[in-house]
Design a protein around this ligand. Structure first.
Ligand SMILES: Cc1cc2nc3c(=O)[nH]c(=O)nc-3n(C[C@H](O)[C@H](O)[C@H](O)COP(=O)(O)O)c2cc1C
Length: 363
């Protein structure tokens, strides 16, 4: 099982949903960075369960602690271990799932692969695993902000068929995104989305959605063709988030309906450097950042655990009805926003460090 990601900025996450703690070890963080829990906690708070009436009712404070790798508030260049305790778990809520795999969750595939699994709470397939991504992503983001002024903002583009209206992506802030509990910056769409998610929560059902993300101020030259093209690494990172079903860069699937004459991004001179007039490429050409904003969309399915009774079979193949108990997210996209931002930061920082190494040794 591969729980590590990155080459020079390498993170390894650990922990199951109901074990004592979850977290991450970061290897390769540059020394001398000012770092405390205060730099990490805001993103943990945006990810945590129980933050609004529309998320799971599981209540976790998700307080992050730095176990190693810093002294007097500065990074030492040694591995940084970040940990969050698991507190509000109720293994009883999962008792029937010991014998019955949840349709479209990971119970069946984990059991088939390992012959054993953490039956309580989804184990490693639980979204608690993403705590490590968000915590290490916040560290990566701090470095990207301080060294390159890179800014990453994600938001909810759609829930079900309700779409966010046009967004000024050049200026969008996290504060604007967080002005609604569904994290959609279009207030009227946000209200409709919140109504729908609230209604489905009451009904014991769930719904999917799309998260958009923009990375601003990326320098040109990031990405490692051919197998580690920037969009390939971003796609891998995003599709490693639980419940993801699709990834688009730039114009994505809609671009297939255009002609080259409509889709090409003409070059121009912008503030004394070469840039493009449009950005259908999504800031990446040939697997390398071109200096424009990187834009992507990530599709999330409706979460699998629903309390509406479903016909299924147990692990012995016997017909059964599963109506899940417990506290589950009716829609994951509002909580997925900081996870997408964290993944984006991990990819971009790792690529930036690799490009710095190449540049330092250029003849
Ligand atoms: C923030 C977040 C919260 C989630 N909450 C739930 C949940 O409450 N119930 C559930 O069944 N799945 C939830 N999921 C999705 C499952 O973790 C995921 O569907 C499962 O691991 C199976 O993996 P797959 O959907 O990628 O195939 C959540 C995902 C994310 C990103």
């Amino acid at each position: 099982m591969s729980s590590s990601f990155g080459t020079l900025f390498r993170v390894s996450t650990f922990g199951e949903s109901h074990c004592k703690a979850v977290g991450v070890v970061i290897d390769g963080c540059p020394p001398g960075l000012t770092l405390s829990e205060k730099d990490i906690q805001p993103q943990m708070d945006r990810r945590r369960p129980g933050q609004s009436a529309l998320t799971t009712d599981r209540q976790e404070a998700d307080q992050v602690i730095i176990l190693s790798g810093t002294e007097k508030g500065k990074t030492l260049g040694t591995p940084i271990a970040l940990q969050v305790a698991n507190k509000d778990h109720r293994p009883k809520d999962y008792s029937e799932m010991r014998d019955m795999p949840r349709p479209s969750h990971a119970d069946f595939t984990y059991q088939m692969k390992y012959g054993i699994r953490a039956a309580s709470g989804g184990g490693r397939a639980s979204a608690r695993e993403t705590i490590g991504t968000v915590a290490s992503g916040a560290v990566a983001e701090k470095i990207l902000r301080e060294k390159y002024n890179i800014k990453i903002v994600a938001w909810v583009k759609s829930i079900g068929k309700i779409e966010c209206g046009p967004v000024n992506t050049g200026q969008l802030t996290r504060k604007e995104v967080d002005s609604s509990i569904v994290r959609c910056p279009d207030q009227s769409a946000a209200e409709e989305m919140a109504r729908l998610v609230g209604q489905l929560k009451e009904e014991g059902d769930s719904i999917g959605g799309v998260v958009s993300c923009i990375i601003r101020n990326t320098p040109p030259g990031l990405g490692e063709p051919t197998y580690e093209k920037l969009e390939a690494r971003l796609a891998q990172a995003m599709l490693a988030i639980p419940a993801t079903k699709g990834f688009e860069i730039g114009s994505g699937f809609a671009g297939t309906m255009l002609r080259g004459s409509q889709h090409n991004d003409p070059f121009t001179v912008k503030n004394s450097h070469i840039g493009t007039l449009t950005n259908n490429s999504g800031g990446i050409q040939g697997g390398i950042s071109n200096g424009e904003a990187i834009t992507m969309n990530i599709a999330f399915k409706p979460p699998a655990t629903i309390s509406i009774p479903q016909e299924t079979v147990d692990f012995d193949g016997k017909k059964a009805i599963l109506a899940a108990k417990g506290r589950h997210d009716p829609c994951v996209v509002p909580r997925a926003v900081p996870i997408v931002e964290g993944m984006a930061a991990l990819v971009v920082l790792d690529m930036a460090m690799r490009q710095e190494a190449r540049r330092a040794l250029r003849f």
